[in-house]
Design a binder for this molecule. Structure first.
Ligand code: DAH
Length: 348
């Protein structure tokens, strides 16, 4: 009887070994991820799994069957472990293939261009102008955009009731403080802090209440000032002729035309003869275009900065950079320069 009992246990066991094995192999084959595979490993080979249970039950088994049960349990364990190993290798390989496909680069694809920015056309011109004037010995000076009325007007011999103020439609920040309407106040600031001689150019933004094809509420000027002993109008002329030839080329025609500015006496404007080709008719047309104002520094301006106006003389000039850009590139409206439309800006 005990023999029959043991036999039964053994039979059940044998039966279980086979089913366990089949079940384990089926679940291993079905595992699609490493995590699922590990769950199968824990379920069959873990501490609470059937293999461990059989091993623990070995002590209760009849001695003559222990060996066989032990062998079968070990064989089951080895078979499951081997199947796990194989499946893991398969899953690893599949993952590698997937990753390679995801990450692979198609070297035949055309490159992607990163759009590159560049210097704005006004700043290009500013850099060129600064190069021309610094080569002649001028230094660059800067002043504030928000300026007092004193520097913007009074010190430049343009008092409150002066009609010249009317031509500058001024933005007021508060009483006595304005957005500078010209770069000329930098002349005053430089002379106040520097004893003569001085030779500076002062580029910067200026502001006026104005808006049409040739006027923008904000535009860019460059001021020039040279003060020393014995400076004459001939020096002014020579400097400006050199600058205009350096910038527009030696064949450009220019003229000085008498004008009025409150801070220079005598004063003049300089025009260049600009020849442009009509885009529609192909005809070439020439016209005189004003590009700068200039003159000999007014003695009152020297008095305002405590310069000895009998010992020193000087000249000053003010250039409109927008005007120069428009002339050089045939730009029809000043507003193009400040709208930041890339289709426009990329042409320069
Ligand atoms: N500030 C003048 C303007 O904005 C330009 C100018 C004229 C500047 C004559 C000067 C000068 O320095 O001498 O219209």
């Amino acid at each position: 009887m005990p023999g029959a009992e043991l036999n039964k246990v053994n039979t059940v066991m044998s039966h279980n070994f086979e089913t366990l094995r089949e079940e384990a192999l089926a679940r291993i084959a079905a595992a699609e991820t490493l995590q699922a595979l590990d769950e199968v490993r824990v379920a069959f080979l873990g501490r609470k799994g059937p293999v461990s249970e059989i091993m623990r039950g070995l002590a209760q088994a009849p001695p003559e069957e222990r060996k066989e049960i032990g062998q079968k349990a070990n064989a089951l364990k080895d078979a499951v472990a081997a199947a796990l190993e194989t499946r893991k290798a398969e899953l690893d390989a599949a993952m590698q293939r997937h990753k390679a496909r995801e990450e692979s680069a198609d070297l035949s694809l055309p490159g992607r261009c990163i759009p590159s920015g560049h210097v704005h056309v006004i700043n290009q011109i500013m850099e060129e102008l600064i190069a021309i004037f610094t080569q002649m010995g001028f230094q660059v000076a800067l002043g504030p955009d928000v300026e007092t009325e004193y520097y913007n007007f009074d010190a430049l011999n343009t008092p409150d009731d002066h009609p010249a103020r009317d031509s500058h439609d001024t933005f007021f920040v508060k009483p006595g403080v304005v957005l500078r309407t010209q770069t000329s106040p930098v002349q005053i600031r430089v002379m106040e802090r520097t004893p003569p001689p001085v030779a500076i150019v002062a580029p910067g933004r200026v502001y006026r209440v104005d808006l049409d094809a040739t006027h923008s509420p904000m535009f860019v000027q460059m001021e020039g000032l040279l003060v020393d002993k014995g400076i004459t109008f001939a020096d002014l002329k020579g400097t400006l002729v050199h600058f205009i030839h350096a910038f527009f080329g030696p064949d450009i025609q220019m003229r000085f035309r008498p004008h009025f500015f409150p801070f220079t006496e005598p004063s003049a404007e300089v025009d260049i003869l600009w020849t442009a080709r009509d885009r529609h008719t192909g005809e070439t047309k020439s016209k005189w275009l004003e590009i700068l104002g200039c003159g000999m520094v007014h003695p009152q301006v020297f008095k305002n900065v405590s310069y000895d106006y009998e010992a020193y003389s000087g000249y000053a000039f003010g250039l409109g950079l927008d005007r120069i850009a428009m002339v050089r590139h045939g730009i029809s409206s000043i507003t193009h320069l400040y709208e930041n439309d890339l289709r426009f800006l990329e042409q320069f």
